[in-house]
Ligand binder design. Structure first.
Ligand SMILES: *Cc1c(COP(=O)(O)O)cnc(C)c1O
Length: 601
């Protein structure tokens, strides 16, 4: 069996690998502000970047003719440090593409802020298990001759103010298209992974009418661009949609592009709203889970919004012991994840035994980091995600006395938590401190709550591989999809989760996990978590045979569906190259009335 693609990608990082295929034949261009390419590269912050990376890894494994664009992020997102009170501080993660990756050997120049900026790019090859390559170009503004301030524009992922952010988005969208063209590619399909990349539509218009100015672009030109573009929206939280003032737009993009955006009706409420710009210029739009698609449809009733449910790249997220087991029992799984269904041919006890080493590995990491010994016989919950208020990390701590009571009655409980707050998010940082305070108060021989520092790819892998139950308590319907629970499911770890995002589709009660019904009243919702934990989860965990069957159902039922091989296949057949009838259908507006979305409007 070939090693996992991530390993191969990492091992070839330092060796320039010249293209051994005709790159100009790549017809699908995937744009994302962040992409998790390798554990050692700080080019991502969280779920969006992981999804992008997993998408490319599946494209490499399944042979999709794709090429990708992102920024180099020389100083990364950030490394999180937590002191003993849970106070977060941050440090840059500096890396040097010069000594890590081959150059694309191509520079381009675009005009931003009424001056020229030259961009270069570094190339990272994502290599599939049969050798198919997805080239990723990371744009870099740190080029001699550029204005000193401009040279820092590709340093910080999600750093700076709105001015900095719009410059970055211009580099991604405008720079990305012009780079692809300079390299000889003429993509038929341009996929905007979130609105950050929406300016690629303006670059496509520019190229289309060149050498004439943008002002000559006609409605027919705009329609032609629209027929090339696909847009995936990723959040129903309004603050998640980038907006910029018109003055800022004109200052950065210049008069020509600004008046073109205005002329084609792509502004929203007198703002440059990247979601609306993307909507205006896309022939196909989708949300990232069935419910999220419906919620987004309500938010944008004048457009048709489809759904393609997210997934994860199985070979990236499956523990090594499970990879070994599957290579032996179900060897076809690496190129076709449908074969996960075949784990029903494996004894449940073998699945249980395959999970144990990952639990022990996780506990060893906890020991190294905290000096504390966890007990592998005790029910262990995992909760790790970006610290955002709607994700409600503290719901499980809502009634500390109740939690202690349960821990005593069920023979002990261990909860492992992790997550970064954005450096500017003081409310989020306060939440981490609160968790530290509560955890210290609750500390007892039966209940242990640990918050681990610096949630990243490696920690995410160890947690989802090794805990017994994955906990998720977002405020519905704000969790668009969520993918960490999918990583857990692949590793035979059931979820205890609010019915939101992917879990609406993935939850079979008592089979793949447990649902928490939502409530207007947070205390009621917390009580539902406690009740399920005490009366459903703990008894199932105590019954070894039942627990082993639950683990197997998670892999067979949810592993088979919530993977990026399936997801990318749906993008190809529903979005990139749909039967022509479905393109026509997407011009009709269908509004689906769902009661629960009223909270958004
Ligand atoms: C998978 C992953 C995420 C996204 O998971 P959610 O369930 O969407 O929160 C975020 N960060 C890291 C490090 C991950 O591995």
């Amino acid at each position: 069996m070939s090693p996992a693609p991530t390993n191969r990608s990492q091992s070839q990082q330092t060796q320039p690998s010249p293209a051994s295929f005709d790159i100009t034949a790549r017809k699908i261009a995937y744009f994302s502000m962040e992409i998790a390419l390798a554990k050692a590269l700080p080019t991502y912050s969280g779920g969006l970047g992981m999804l992008a990376g997993d998408t490319l890894r599946s494209a490499a494994d399944t042979g999709v003719p794709l090429v990708a664009i992102s920024l180099v992020h020389r100083r990364g997102y950030f490394e999180q440090h937590l002191d003993s009170h849970g106070q977060q501080t941050e440090s840059d993660v500096v890396w040097s593409p010069e000594t890590t990756l081959p150059s694309a050997n191509q520079t381009i120049t675009i005009t931003l802020q009424n001056r020229e900026i030259t961009l270069r790019a570094w190339r990272f090859d994502v290599i599939g298990h049969t050798g198919h390559i997805i080239p990723v170009f990371l744009l870099d503004a740190d080029v001699e001759g550029n204005d000193p301030w401009d040279r820092r524009l590709t340093d910080h992922l999600y750093g700076g103010d709105t001015y900095y952010r719009l410059c970055q988005e211009a580099i991604l969208g405008l720079g990305g298209i012009h780079l692809l063209h300079a390299l000889g590619m003429q993509p038929e399909v341009c996929h905007m992974n979130e609105g950050h990349a929406a300016l690629l539509s303006i670059a496509l218009l520019e190229s289309r009418v060149a050498p004439s100015p943008l002002s000559t672009a006609t409605d027919a030109d705009a329609e032609a661009v629209k027929q090339q573009c696909i847009f995936t929206t990723h959040t129903p939280v309004p603050a998640g949609h980038d907006k910029f003032g018109l003055d800022q737009m004109r200052q950065i993009l210049g008069a020509d592009r600004s008046s073109t955006i205005e002329r084609f009706g792509a502004l929203h409420n007198d703002l440059l709203n990247m979601t609306y710009l993307a909507l205006r210029f896309s022939r196909y739009v989708n949300g990232v889970a069935m419910l999220h698609g419906k919620v987004s449809q309500q938010m944008f009733p004048e457009y048709t919004v489809h759904s393609i449910t997210n997934g994860v790249h199985a070979a990236t997220w499956l523990s090594q012991p499970f990879q070994k087991l599957l290579d032996k029992e179900v060897p076809e799984w690496r190129h076709d994840n449908q074969y996960f269904k075949s784990v029903y041919g494996i004894e449940p006890e073998a699945i249980e035994a395959t999970h144990l080493p990952s639990k022990l590995r996780l506990f060893q990491t906890v020991k190294q980091r905290t000096g504390l010994d966890l007990d592998p016989h005790v029910l262990t919950l995992g909760f790790a995600r970006r610290v955002a208020t709607y994700k409600r990390a503290s719901l499980i701590l809502h009634s500390p006395e109740r939690l202690i009571e349960i821990a005593n009655r069920i023979g002990g409980l261990q909860i492992l938590m992790a997550g970064k707050a954005h450096p500017a998010d003081n409310a989020g940082k306060g939440l981490i401190r609160d968790i530290f305070t509560t955890a210290a108060k609750l500390e007892s021989s039966k209940l242990r709550i640990l918050y681990l520092e610096n949630y990243d790819w490696d920690l995410g892998e160890q947690l989802t591989n090794g805990v017994d139950v994955w906990l998720n308590t977002p405020l519905r319907p704000y969790e668009a999809s969520g993918t960490s629970g999918m990583k857990a499911a692949l590793n035979g770890v059931p979820s205890l989760s609010v019915l939101d995002g992917w879990w609406v589709e993935g939850c079979a009660e008592n089979i793949t996990g447990w649902a928490i019904e939502n409530s207007e009243d947070e205390a009621v919702e917390a009580e539902r978590v406690y009740h399920k934990l005490e009366y459903s989860v703990a008894p199932a965990f105590a019954d070894k045979a039942q627990w082993a069957r639950i683990r197997r159902h998670c892999i067979a039922i949810n592993g088979t569906f919530f993977n990026t091989h399936r997801m990318l296949g749906q993008y190809v057949s529903n979005a990139y190259y749909p039967p022509s009838a479905s393109i026509a259908a997407s011009n009709q507006v269908v509004v689906d009335d769902e009661a629960h979305v009223s909270v958004l409007v």
